[in-house]
Ligand binder design. Structure first.
Ligand code: NOJ
Length: 501
């Protein structure tokens, strides 16, 4: 039997608001994504993951859903969504949509009803708050007019749903079917380790996002995913689900991907690994030992772009390391998730003016935390124009693009064989060609100080995280490198794929 598509897929995250604007209002939209499908096809990805495009007052960029079965006018219409799916499929691209089950918007009809005093058992209303804090800073409770409080682990506009209420289960099963019926290939599950809170909502000492605690990771959540798996399996065409599970333990992550639960879960340990051969190796070992089908990710719309995370005092280092980490990730067994703009080598935008910022994290922390806008700045498509081709006409994008953005534009990079975009295209097409001959497992090779070497069938991957060049392992030929390999050596901050002897 053929391997299901998602096991080794490269999935490209489209943060819809910031990808491409077709309507000309400065905000990215579904027709904008549709127009750029040829770009994604040429890039060589297998699937796209669309961040939420549902009706929303946008208290958290759309992760506050007011109607789970409709498209927000800012992003288009349901008919435009259907046209996008049809076109994506015609281009050979699968489509994953985001599902947000931990909380709804405060404008959702259920919450509006709750404010009027009815159906409060669909949310977590209490007479007195406990000591829980919002992930975005500040208390996790807001008081309503009659004196009761409701729980929101994120913004006040994102009230947490009560998964101990069977009505909530039925509603989400129906929402899954609604989008499956419209041809989606899978779901990305927002805050997948949330949903259930410990009975009695006890006070906590440590509320880290990663801890298994009364706040996160309650065992009851697994029953939800067993039910969802049954629905997914009842549809033809290998429909899948990938969970956003933040946990600091690989064995805890493994619980979410048992054979009758989710197909995949993001492997944030890879994204958090330090720039060192031992750091990378440990994550690879732990991952392959604990989950049946690995995933790898370096960036997404919630974290500082990896190019910037890898920066040192030397300005060229961040991009070199970013490419080397990517090549290493693409050599690993399993599937890889990319975040829009990394193929252009985009850095985090650190100097957004306070008045431009939109992320609730910035406001809830009273400006103490910068928030996540810096990785969400609209993409530069062309070298010129008021929005660098993001919007048509003279419209300015919803977040300002910094002065150095023209240098990263996709059009110029597409014509330059030395560009980051050209490198991504080469890496993805080479990976696709190699894939059939690669076994799922890997073997470690003896590596010099500072470097990490491993093989997968005929492929050797070598990365040098150290300060000095190292000798390459014996090989028949070089397949691809992130930088030139002078005299058979691998320079610092460089990775290469070699064909075994
Ligand atoms: C995770 C999403 O990726 C993030 O952007 C959002 O703010 C929270 N979940 C809350 O929905």
């Amino acid at each position: 039997m053929d391997t299901p598509w998602w096991r080794d897929a490269v999935v490209y995250e489209v943060y819809v608001r910031s990808f491409a604007d077709a309507s000309g209002d400065g905000v990215g939209d579904l027709p904008g994504v549709r127009e750029r499908l040829p770009y994604l096809k040429d890039l060589g990805v297998d699937a796209i993951w669309l961040t939420p495009f549902y009706r929303s007052p946008m208290a958290d960029g759309g992760y506050d859903v007011a109607d789970y079965r409709d498209v927000d006018p800012l992003f288009g219409t349901l008919a435009e969504f259907e046209a996008l799916v049809a076109d994506a499929h015609a281009h050979g691209l699968r489509v994953i949509v985001d599902i947000v089950p931990n909380h709804s918007s405060d404008r959702h009809p259920w919450f509006q009803e709750a404010l009027r005093g009815q159906g409060r058992e669909r949310y977590l209303f209490r007479d007195r708050p406990n000591n829980w804090q919002s992930t975005f800073s500040g208390p996790a409770w807001t008081q309503v007019a009659d004196g009761q409080w409701y729980l929101h682990l994120f913004a006040p506009g994102q009230p947490d749903l009560n998964w101990r209420n069977p009505e909530v289960h039925a509603e989400f099963l129906d929402i899954l079917r609604f989008w499956l019926d419209r041809g989606v290939d899978g779901f990305r599950i927002d805050v997948a380790m949330g949903l259930y809170k410990a009975e009695g909502l006890p006070d906590v000492k440590d509320q880290s996002f990663k801890a298994v605690s009364p706040v996160w990771g309650q065992p009851e959540v697994h029953e939800v995913y067993r039910n969802w798996r049954e629905v997914l399996d009842s549809y033809p065409g290998e429909r899948m689900a990938v969970g956003e599970v933040w946990t600091d333990r690989a064995d805890d992550l493994a619980l979410y991907v048992r054979p009758d639960e989710l197909h995949q879960s993001f492997n944030f340990a890879w994204l958090q690994a330090p720039w060192s051969p031992t750091g990378f190796k440990q994550v690879i070992i732990d991952t392959l030992a604990t989950v049946p089908f690995a995933t790898w990710v370096l960036s997404n719309h919630d974290v500082v772009r990896h190019r910037t995370r890898y920066d040192t005092a030397d300005p060229g280092t961040g991009l070199m390391r970013a490419k080397a980490a990517l090549l290493t990730m693409l050599a690993l067994p399993g599937s890889a998730y990319l975040y829009q703009g990394e193929e252009l080598g985009l850095p985090e935008v650190k100097n957004l003016p306070p008045e431009a910022r939109q992320d609730p994290v910035f406001f809830q922390s009273k400006g103490e935390l910068p928030g996540r806008d810096g990785c969400r700045v609209p993409l530069p498509w062309t070298p010129d124009g008021p929005s660098l081709g993001f919007s048509p006409g003279d419209t300015l994008p919803w977040l300002p693009q910094p002065d150095d953005f023209p240098a990263f534009n996709a059009e110029t990079q597409a014509g330059d064989p030395e560009s980051t975009l050209a490198f991504y295209r080469r890496a993805l097409s080479t990976r696709r060609d190699l894939l059939r001959s690669l076994p799922y497992h890997l073997e470690w090779l003896d590596s010099p100080e500072g470097a990490l070497f491993f093989t997968r069938g005929p492929l050797i991957c070598a990365i040098n995280c150290g300060p000095a060049p190292v000798d390459l392992p014996p090989h028949a030929r070089v397949i691809l490198s992130t930088a030139p390999l002078p005299d058979g050596t691998l320079p610092p901050d460089t990775a290469t794929w070699l064909h075994a002897e």
